[in-house]
Ligand binder design. Structure first.
Ligand SMILES: CCCCCC/C=C/C(=O)SCCNC(=O)CCNC(=O)[C@H](O)C(C)(C)COP(=O)(O)OP(=O)(O)OC[C@H]1O[C@@H](n2cnc3c(N)ncnc32)[C@H](O)[C@@H]1OP(=O)(O)O
Length: 364
């Protein structure tokens, strides 16, 4: 049937919006901009937003795309949107698909894969093309997955990454999505989100294990100080370029790192941005054990499956005994770090570093 000869109904439009969420492959920035522009035109009509500033790279690209549609009628924009999505259909997949005969897989996550099997809930960062950078959606999904894992029947919970990276840390494009209240509101919202996010790690009631499959950057490193064990491939590296980004430590690392590795070693990492190999991180106590990459998955999962057979109540109670006397202190540190960062995010040092990263790639 020739779709262009038809009028797309509201239902067709909504189906297409849902299909976009199921895209298997990233359609690329150009197509994403077209989809954005057609969606806005179909729902709001011609571009009605003030033109973003020159440094607001992403919003400016979006504005340009929407504005370029001029006075295209809403119905035509809706039809073009449906046609464009249908032309992308070979790269669609159903996210509700559950692999047959394997473990229980939770659906409803865009940025994670969450499975539960053999007493282990595994939360996998799943943005491999972006080196598992943590965008706003992913912060929320990780919190949701942790809250569910704390209540499910698993004994231990594991975080790991899909692809060659464990995680490249905070997604720097998070800083470009500026709300109507401006950059101050953005900084405040981010500090609230960060505090809640780190709080979930402080309060997590079961043993939390990191399976660090590759390089880790920024917040994905600092959080390791709140894990109960950290197993790393010898491909992994550990790096917190906070000063380079005009930022300051988070994830309670200003407290945990000096305790774990000595104040001077913590300074080298957190202030001077020294990158550690997995072996160095292990020697300094941040990593529990390092495995050759060729046998990493096999060895680690064999070990974790054995741990997960331990009596659940004893495991949970022991975690509580260990965490209890530190919990209040950790929450205080978390609040202080978020406060300091809120100010840093408004600094020229931070703005320039983020603009440099984004414009280096001319990214959206
Ligand atoms: C609620 C807010 C809380 C904030 C908490 C504070 C957190 C602080 C931090 O985590 S600080 C650390 C931030 N991370 C970084 O500075 C790393 C930035 N990325 C890089 O330096 C590099 O991408 C790399 C070294 C990780 C990998 O380099 P390379 O192997 O050359 O790959 P690419 O650079 O081509 O990356 C592929 C693809 O991924 C995108 N990407 C990677 N990391 C990030 C990131 N952190 N933020 C946004 N995007 C990232 C990269 O741009 C490429 O995208 P493209 O293919 O160009 O679309």
């Amino acid at each position: 049937m020739n779709r262009t000869a038809m009028r797309a109904s509201q239902k067709d439009f909504e189906n297409s919006m849902n299909q976009v969420k199921l895209l298997k492959k990233d359609p690329g920035n150009e197509v994403k901009l077209k989809l954005y522009a057609l969606y806005k035109q179909a729902t709001e009509g011609p571009c009605n937003m003030p033109k973003p500033g020159v440094f607001d790279l992403i919003n400016k690209a979006k504005w340009d795309a929407w504005n370029a549609l001029g006075s295209l009628p809403k119905e035509a924009a809706r039809q073009n949107y449906v046609d464009l999505v249908s032309s992308l259909s070979p790269s669609l997949e159903s996210s509700s698909q559950v692999e047959p005969g394997t473990d229980r897989k939770s659906t409803g996550f865009e940025t994670l894969v969450v499975t539960s099997e053999d007493g282990i809930t595994k939360i996998t960062f799943n943005r491999p093309k972006k080196k598992n950078a943590i965008n706003t959606e992913m912060y929320h999904e990780i919190m949701r997955a942790l809250k569910a894992a704390s209540k499910d029947d698993s004994i231990i919970t594991v975080l790991t990454g899909n692809g060659d990276y464990y995680s490249s840390g905070n997604d720097l494009t998070n800083f470009t999505d500026i709300p109507p209240g401006g950059v101050e509101e953005k900084a405040e919202n981010s500090a609230v989100l960060l505090r809640e996010f780190v709080g979930c790690f402080i309060d997590f009631p079961k043993p939390l294990i990191a399976v660090v499959n590759g390089p880790a950057v920024g917040i994905s490193v600092t959080l390791l100080g709140l894990f109960d064990a950290v197993y790393a491939s010898d491909r992994a590296t550990f790096h917190t370029p906070f000063s380079h980004l005009g930022q300051s430590p988070e994830g309670c690392s200003s407290y945990t790192f000096p305790k774990i590795m000595s104040p001077a070693k913590a300074t080298e990492m957190l202030i001077f941005g020294k990158k550690l190999t997995a072996g160095e991180a292990c020697a300094q106590g941040l990593v529990t054990e390092v495995f050759p990459d060729s046998t990493f998955q096999k060895e680690v999962w064999t070990r974790l499956k054995a741990f997960a057979k331990l009596p659940p109540n004893a495991v949970r109670i022991s975690k509580e005994v260990i965490r209890k006397r530190e919990r209040e202190k950790l929450h205080t540190v978390n609040a202080e770090e978020c406060n300091v960062l809120q100010g840093r995010w408004l600094s020229d040092e931070c703005t320039n570093a983020v603009v440099n990263f984004l414009s280096r790639k001319s990214k959206l």
